[in-house]
Ligand binder design. Sequence first.
Ligand code: PBG
Length: 349
Amino acid sequence: MAIKFGRPIEMRDAPRRQTALASSPLDLAFRPRRNRKAEWARRLVRENVLTTNDLIWPIFVVDGNNTRTPVASMPGVERLTVDQVVRDAERAMKLDIPCIALFPYTEASLRDETGSEALNTKNLVCQSVRAIKQEFPELGVLCDVALDPFTSHGHDGLIEDGKILNDETVAVLVRQALTQAEAGCDVIAPSDMMDGRVGAIRQKLDQHGFQKVAIVSYAAKFASGFYGPFREAAESTPAFGDRRTYQMDPANGREAMHEMELDLEEGADMLMVKPAMPYLDLVRQARDRFPVPIGAYQVSGEFSMIMAAVERGWLDYERIMMESLTSIRRAGADFILTYFARDASRLLG
Ligand code: PBG
């Protein structure tokens, strides 16, 4: 029996009838379109599904009362006062979004060289965590650990002679993480990219009885131009220089695996790649290589470039939103931080 591509030749498409359009049908062993011919078939063979369970919703907190201020460069995204953060936490609960992530917009008068506001137990993030946990203890709350929203120079660390200090910064980050754990957050997410911070934070949390607080490490965080709109939202653009001595070179994939391996050894519960879409190859590599959950952060610039095209009528909002999120899932992400979280979960029903 003749075999072509592993199947008996008799099973191949045989010409059945002649039509005007297809006078001589191609002699094909495989016709992949058969699996796409109707919605029922497409549903049956779909390899990856996006669900609301996969989403983390980032929220910006600002001082004040009962106010929601649009972020110009991120259509649909607002800076919220603490009371409004609680209202969005309620929306997250109703939409069944498992977790939200909090990012502060710190007013200039509270920023200093060392980012000391990060350690204030009543800062905006801590206030928000307490207020959310009081009303919605079941909602997951993730807090970013990094100094850039709190420093007058906008860098993620302490500075000496224009250089970002590593170990001294880690000592502060550890205290910031503890402050946030004490406020009641569930997940600590170090986004600073200092060496050794995951292990140091784990140790400090454990010493203080916070064994249950998880660490989701932004293990592979790149020095990316895609953070532009976020820096407007949080006003955290560095006053001098850039972040290339601590965030990763976009050209490096192997090094990303090394960073992830180190954070895993130091005790990270989950690992993240950030940004998401320009780094999907690394999401896939991480998924294949590490046993822990892998997340991806679809950052502000990814969101805003889609929204800009949507506003011009060049792209279809819902379609592109879902396609971009599904692609990140297909690359291997277990969860996605995304500014689309609310609208996507509405669509997912
Ligand atoms: C702070 C931080 C940044 C983002 C998340 N945490 C900004 C940065 O590193 O410049 C960016 C998120 C986004 O662009 O959506 N370390």
